[in-house]
Structures are given as structure tokens and as C-alpha cells.
Design a protein around this ligand. Structure first.
Ligand SMILES: Nc1ncnc2c1ncn2[C@@H]1O[C@H](COP(=O)(O)OP(=O)(O)OP(=O)(O)O)[C@@H](O)[C@H]1O
Ligand SMILES: [Mg+2]
Length: 266
């Protein structure tokens, strides 16, 4: 049944993407999940990063016990969405515990119909949420292509080290491959692992010159509190981290994210 647009709420869809590994994608996705909860936004978090230190773990969910994962969401859209309810506001679709098969199957489907499975799956459930967030794994592949096509907003953490240049080059390569001249999602780079040393300053200068203005104003510092909150599966915005520079920065980033996506709320 067609639902009239004005009667529908549509979630803002965002993916945290960067082909380079260890740049703070999962830290950023976790901060967004915790931050949107603080802002009382109904959020569906989708973990597309099936590694050991994945977002499911950081949010306190054992993906090995989950019956419904990102695999069901992407490959079996006929199944009803069955996320883990983390609290009143945040639902989680945990990571696929066996991602190789999913990547191969999705790859085959992508060759036939394009990377549209995730977008179609989200179309069906987006009226239940204010936000839908995807955390991607490093590297490329069909799952990442599906996330890029499914989400209008891309948060791209760029590590302020000598790897900054390759972050931007790799991201542009992926975008060119997936979109091939077609309209791209709104991508915005988020500087991470910022320190007061020279390498960091030079990397920031490079990013500012090469990201064509698509940069968040917040710089996420290298901060023990960020790593600790993830390792302990405790919100960075909880009282034990309240005075930390890491929490302060990610809080500012969440505000910026809300501001940039505000126009999209229907
Ligand atoms: N700003 C930060 N300061 C200090 N440690 C951080 C920061 N951001 C992330 N970390 C830590 O660095 C490691 C890599 O971060 P994270 O897992 O967020 O990166 P990622 O881009 O998701 O990695 P992958 O590509 O492997 O998925 C983790 O141990 C995390 O706790
Ligand atoms: Mg990760």
C-alpha cells in the first residue's frame, strides 16, 4: 500500500565509511549511537563491520548469539526486521558472524542489479526511526558499496597521521567506482587521532586543502577515554568520561552532525 509522503517519517541515513583500517570508524559510529540516544533520537544502528572489535561488541552485544544480523537484513529482506533493542531509543542489527558468504552473495547480486539491496531493505523500515547509522568495515566490496548507495550522508573519518593522504585518495577511488559519474551522497571528512605534533598539523593542512570544503569543524583528538569507553562497552558520554577531551570532541561532532542532517528530517 502506498503511504502518502506527508504521513511518513523518513529516517536520516548515514554511514561511517573509510576504506583505510583503524582510522576511528567504529569509534565514530559508537559516539553517534550514544550521542543520538542522549538527544532522544530513535536510531537503528547497523553493524557492517564483522571484525573482532566491532560495533556490536562496543555496544555490548554478542553477535555470535544474535539470530538476526546484517546478513538477514541485506540478503533476506522478506524476513521481518528483528534488531536487538539496546534501550528506549537505540536498536542494533549486529554484525554478520560469517561475513565471507554474505560478501560473495551480495557481490553476485550487485553484478546483476547494482548495490541496491541494503537501500531497499532500509526503505521498508525507515519510517520507524529518526536515524539509521551504518558502520562499515575497512577495504572495499559489495557491502560497502551497498552502504554508500543506501545512505545520503557519509561520515568519513580521516586519520591525522601520514596516512591522511591515502585516506582521501582511497575514498575518492571508491566513490568513483561506485557512482561512476552519478550523483554521490553528501560526504564529509572527520579528522581523527589529532595531536599537537607536527605530523598531525601537516596532515590537517593536507586534508583541508584536498577535501573541497567537505570537512567537519570538530577535530577528534587521540584520547585514552575514547579507546577505554570502547573496550569497556560503556558510553563515552557517561559520567566516568565526562571531563575527557575525547567526550568533549565527540559531543561537539554529534551536534555538528545533527545540524548538517537537520534539513533532511521529514
Ligand atoms: N580518537 C581516538 N583516540 C584514541 N584511540 C582511538 C581513537 N579512535 C579510535 N581509537 C582506538 O583505535 C582503534 C581503532 O579504532 P576504530 O576501531 O574506531 O577504527 P576503525 O576505523 O573502525 O577500524 P577498522 O577499519 O579496523 O574497522 C580502537 O582500538 C579504538 O578504540
Ligand atoms: Mg571498525
Amino acid at each position: 500500500m502506498e503511504v502518502h509522503m506527508t504521513e511518513r517519517r523518513r529516517a536520516v541515513r548515514a554511514a561511517v565509511v573509510m576504506p583505510k583500517g583503524g582510522v576511528g570508524k567504529t569509534a565514530t559510529a559508537a559516539a553517534l549511537a550514544w550521542g543520538l540516544r542522549e538527544h532522544k533520537k530513535r536510531t537503528l544502528v547497523i553493524d557492517l563491520d564483522p571484525q573482532m572489535a566491532d560495533l556490536s561488541l562496543v555496544l555490548g552485544v554478542d553477535k555470535l548469539k544474535a539470530e538476526y544480523t546484517s546478513r538477514e537484513l541485506m540478503l533476506h529482506p522478506e524476513h521481518e526486521l528483528a534488531p536487538v533493542k539496546l534501550d528506549e531509543y537505540v536498536d542494533l542489527v549486529p554484525a554478520d558472524p560469517d561475513p565471507v558468504l554474505t560478501e560473495m552473495r551480495l557481490g553476485k547480486e550487485t553484478m546483476v542489479s547494482g548495490p541496491v539491496k541494503l537501500r531497499r531493505a532500509l526503505d521498508k523500515v525507515e519510517n520507524r526511526y529518526d536515524f539509521i547509522l551504518c558502520d562499515c568495515r575497512p577495504g572495499g566490496g559489495a557491502v560497502m558499496a551497498n552502504a554508500l548507495v543506501a545512505c545520503k550522508h557519509i561520515v568519513a573519518p580521516v586519520q591525522l597521521t601520514r596516512f591522511a593522504a591515502s585516506c582521501i585518495v582511497e575514498m575518492n577511488t571508491i566513490l568513483s567506482e561506485v557512482f561512476d559519474g552519478q550523483a554521490r551522497p553528501a560526504i564529509r571528512y572527520l579528522p581523527t587521532f589529532w595531536t599537537s605534533d607536527r605530523e598531525s598539523a601537516e596532515a590537517l593542512e593536507f586534508v583541508e586543502e584536498n577535501c573541497r570544503g567537505a570537512l567537519y569543524g570538530t577535530r577528534i583528538p587521540r584520547a585514552v577515554a575514547i579507546a577505554r569507553s570502547m573496550a569497556e562497552a560503556a558510553s563515552l558520554f557517561g559520567s566516568e568520561f565526562s571531563d575527557s577531551k575525547g567526550a568533549e570532541a565527540y559531543r561537539a561532532f554529534v551536534e555538528e552532525f545533527l545540524l548538517h542532517t537537520e534539513a533532511d528530517h521529514v
